[in-house]
Write a new protein. Structure first.
Length: 606
């Protein structure tokens, strides 16, 4: 007899209607039902490959059954699936548990993140091979928490004794709160959402002891600095500063977050069970412990305050056509504060916000910006300063942790957003978010290919070699999507780089070039009505991208006037964020392709 589970609802279920219990029966097409395992074990199976029917409802049912019993981890072969428990389960990660998993054969004990780390560590130690652990999932799924557990376990296996002073692993773990204060924010789904991708590289010596580490970050969500929506928050550090001791707030002239435009676009200022005043003190202490000097800390929060004041500078229409002026006394106060905090000349700051120089072969012409363009200029400056500050912190953390140039092998832990589809896109409302989503989905295509090659292809080759009768698992080879994106020459990234180097290119000409080049590519679709958007048929589904911000984002655009202003800052910290480079200071915008850099980065980690 066959039993079935319907993909969306149970086929037969009891419900109470007007106080009477009734049994509902759903009639559906046979093609929409899936076979059910009628001999399923009560607690589910700890490895999905043991399921007799491996389909989505069966997999979800198994995960739900285990979750009910607080079993949050399940294997699918050698892949670990974690379901977020949303509550602390301390015994799951204590020293006793670590001891149990140490050296245990994979699969011998219940599925656990420690088992994955243990396999990676042993393979590295015994075979001298470097390994990567990929952690993927949607926002709030538990990637960051899982990364921390992994690191804790690797520190347990390869750490030095506490007697040896401040160890590398301690430094890595202690750097987390600092990174989170500047790179994490509350979103609709997660109160502490990482708004950047992270690859942590842990280096080991030939005795298997941790000898160094490096943190690489990518794609910080820059738009958040200037644009948030209810019930989200901006980056934590802004609220920490607004909750700092009175003398600090007085020094930087900051008050309640609602007084700043970059924070008051949302009504959410506080987080449940988090005290920002305490967090401010904790972050200052964490900065001390990773070697950020008092002077540097002072400069960091000065820059954070400057970004807040900059956001409050408003513009109104100037007397001349297409020009703007500082709106009123209040805006002028914030302009002065920004210049003060960044230690740059107020007049030069005002000019950098509302004027642009155009270089012609004959002369340099100064053009004014209208008030809308001036707001764009202000926000671009805020984003640039903030992202440079974030990069500085990451570099500082890396210097303080220390790298081992003689390391024998590494274990890399990649924390990456899952595939992004715009219906639930974290950045769907911003065109620059589209470009970030393009990079994220490109990464996920790469990861998918990695799974195809290492999980399906290798396993099937093994079965064939051992002459095991095996019905081939169907999987979609996504090499054609990767070619579409990254092929050199001729892929989307290559065409984008070309467009960025050609001065007359616009997003419109770039989109037309894509339509022409890929008109017969079955993975590329031109939407009927749009002139600038394009669809890629990814392995996980079709995604529409708006080409509008692709050129700007790919150029890693820093307005020359902004750079020149900050390079001349009297504060060495601020000037250091914008090192002088003669080839880009000459009233031209800097070009370095984000897409190509990201592609190279993927070569490193995938
Ligand atoms: N193993 C776990 N045990 C207990 N709580 C967890 C665990 N994993 C996740 N959580 C809870 O879920 C919340 C969200 O997890 P986390 O920040 O790791 O998600 P994420 O996938 O990194 O999200 P984002 O992509 O938004 O950064 C955590 O703050 C924590 O409360």
């Amino acid at each position: 007899m066959n039993h079935f589970i319907i993909s969306l609802t149970p086929m037969m279920f009891d419900c109470v209607f007007n106080g009477t219990k009734i049994r509902l029966q759903i009639v559906t097409n046979i093609s929409k039902v899936f076979p059910k395992d009628c001999e399923a074990q009560h607690g589910g199976v700890d490895d999905m490959t043991k399921l007799p029917y491996l389909h989505e409802p069966g997999v979800l049912h198994n995960l739900a059954t285990r979750y009910e019993l607080n079993e949050i981890y399940t294997y699918t072969g050698n892949i670990l699936i974690a379901v977020n428990p949303f509550q602390r389960i301390p015994h799951l990660y204590d020293a006793h548990m670590m001891e149990q998993y140490k050296g245990a054969a994979f699969g011998e004990l219940s599925p656990h993140v420690f088992a994955v780390a243990d396999v990676a560590y042993r393979a590295m130690f015994n075979e001298g091979k470097s390994n990567s652990i990929l952690i993927s999932g949607e926002s709030g799924a538990g990637k960051t928490e899982t990364t921390k557990m992994l690191m804790q376990y690797l520190a347990y296996l390869g750490g030095r004794s506490g007697l040896e002073g401040h160890t590398v692993e301690q430094q890595v773990l202690e750097s987390n709160p600092v990174l989170e204060a500047f790179g994490n924010a509350k979103t609709g789904r997660n109160n502490n959402s990482s708004r950047f991708g992270k690859f942590v590289e842990i280096q080991f010596d030939n005795k298997g002891r941790i000898s160094g580490a490096a943190i690489r970050t990518y794609l910080l969500e820059r738009t958040r600095v200037c644009q948030i929506s209810d019930p989200e928050r901006n980056y934590h550090c802004f609220y920490l500063l607004c909750a700092a001791p009175a003398e600090v707030k007085e020094k930087y002239k900051v008050g309640h977050p609602s007084s700043f435009h970059y924070l008051n676009q949302s009504n959410c200022y506080e987080l449940d069970s988090v005290n920002d005043a305490d967090e401010y003190v904790a972050i200052r202490r964490a900065m001390d412990s990773i070697g950020i000097s008092e002077e540097e800390q002072e400069a960091i929060f000065r820059v954070v305050a400057a970004v807040l004041h900059l956001g409050n500078v408003e513009f109104s229409k100037g007397e001349e056509i297409d020009s703007s002026v500082i709106k009123d006394e209040n805006s002028r106060f914030h302009l002065n504060m920004t210049a003060d905090l960044l230690k740059c000349d107020t007049m030069s700051l005002e000019d950098a916000l509302i004027k642009r120089a155009i270089v012609t072969p004959e002369e340099v012409i100064t053009r004014t910006l209208d008030s809308i363009a001036a707001v764009g200029s202000r926000d671009a400056l805020a984003k640039t300063i903030y992202s440079r500050l974030f990069d500085w912190l990451v570099e500082k953390i890396n210097i303080s942790i220390g790298q081992d140039p003689n390391s024998k092998s590494i274990i890399g832990v990649l924390d990456i957003y899952g595939f992004e589809s715009f219906k639930v896109n974290r950045l769907a409302n911003t065109s620059s978010g589209m470009y970030d989503s393009f990079c994220i989905n490109f990464t996920n295509e790469k990861l998918q290919q990695h799974f195809n090659q290492h999980v399906f292809k290798m396993e099937q080759e093994e079965y064939t070699q051992e002459e095991i009768n095996w019905s081939y698992i169907e999987f979609v080879d996504n090499q054609d999507v990767l070619d579409l994106i990254e092929k050199k020459p001729g892929g989307i990234i290559a065409l984008l780089d070309e467009a960025c180097m050609f001065p007359k290119s616009t997003h419109d000409t770039f989109a037309q070039n894509l339509y022409q080049t890929f008109k017969n590519n079955k993975r590329f679709i031109k939407p009927k009505l749009s002139q600038t958007s394009f669809t890629i048929s990814h392995y996980a589904g079709e995604v529409i991208y708006q080409a509008d911000m692709f050129l700007e984002k790919n150029k890693d655009y820093v307005v020359a006037e902004h750079k020149d202003l900050l390079t001349l800052s009297k504060c060495s910290f601020v000037a250091g964020l914008f090192p002088y480079s003669p080839e880009v200071s000459s009233k031209s915008s800097k070009f370095s392709s984000t897409g190509s850099r990201f592609k190279k980065f993927l070569w490193l980690v995938v």
